[in-house]
Design a protein around this ligand. Sequence first.
Ligand code: NAP
Length: 282
Amino acid sequence: MSAITGAAMVAGIIGRPVTHSLSPVLHNAWIEAAGLNAVYAPLAPTADGFRALVDGLRGGVIRGVNVTIPFKEEALAAADTASDRARLAGAANLLLFRADGTIHADNTDGLGMLLALEIQAPGFDVGAGPAVILGAGGAARGAAAALALAGVPVVRILNRTADRAESLARDIGGQVTVAAGDDALDGVNLIVNATSLGLGGGPGPDVDLAKAPETAVVLDMVYKPLRTEFLQQAAARGLRTVDGLEMLIRQAVPSFEAFYGQAPPVNVDVRALALKAVGESA
Ligand code: NAP
């Protein structure tokens, strides 16, 4: 392990709970492989303690933080400036503390999704047709904003609670619409599970993948288990699949670059480390 001195670059992740986050596994493995004098620490404030913690870090006390459930919306609200994708998503998973005391917010979840598609579905053209997002929570917002900014012609939101789908479509606007029941998968190019269904091995979203064109790609944000029931159904239907772990790893890359001023090293298999951490074999 590289030496950590008083000059170490410090970053971390704020969440509640944060115990099961894979981000410390990824970032600390990259830090070690790069031989950096740096740390990435988990921080779990009380439910109403997020703002005080973040305000206390202003002025560059640490370089930045990732933010996870349930603080992503509060993170955006705490920032002084924000990227278009964070503003459009209404949520931030990355806060950077500037020396002048200001905080900049970004959202790299959607970027992680787009990069995971490039890696696991090579040649796939995300802009070639409509996308369907299952879910309307924070992850769905990040995905919808990224797909809208990437020029996807129509982004349909399908959610158990219709009001939430409507407010997501209203907030992002443009090509983001509420899916119309049975027709949701008509001519679809991309299907994204952004619900928590399938987490821990349960059943996935209740949509009939037989209605999707055989060229469609299916991405499941759930990564535990890695091969969710939904991805298994998609593969059985002959559709290309992309897993949530690749998305998780890819969303961490721009954070690492922002915290430590360099790209993560490629000589460490963080996917294998993450799989081990969630109890799966590589
Ligand atoms: P969230 O804000 O709590 O939203 C949860 C979504 O799941 C809502 O749309 C909710 O529908 C839906 N849902 C939950 N239980 C359901 C059920 N029984 N039937 C139908 N729909 C149900 O959570 P989130 O932050 O968006 O995260 C969603 C998932 O994405 C989580 O599993 C999270 O771990 C994963 N995620 C992965 C990554 C990655 O990098 N791979 C990044 C972010 C998130 P209602 O609105 O009707 O409640």
